[in-house]
Design a protein around this ligand. Sequence first.
Ligand SMILES: [Zn+2]
Length: 70
Amino acid sequence: MLQKLCSNCGSKKEDSAQEYCDECGKEYSNYNMVKEFIRNNPNTNAIEVANETGLDLSKIMKFLKGGLFS
Ligand SMILES: [Zn+2]
């Protein structure tokens, strides 16, 4: 049976082929962008990541604290 709930927030989603709802899907690609940037720039800091990715610093901090999509 296809999963009808978002794997991250548990809310109902339209497209059962996707793992996440629209909102979490967006967050997930942001998260991947941050992860990718840090992998390419291991000595970077959160402020630099925010500047480079264009995401809010608070969002970066949330990603770095982990838990989300880990
Ligand atoms: Zn979700």
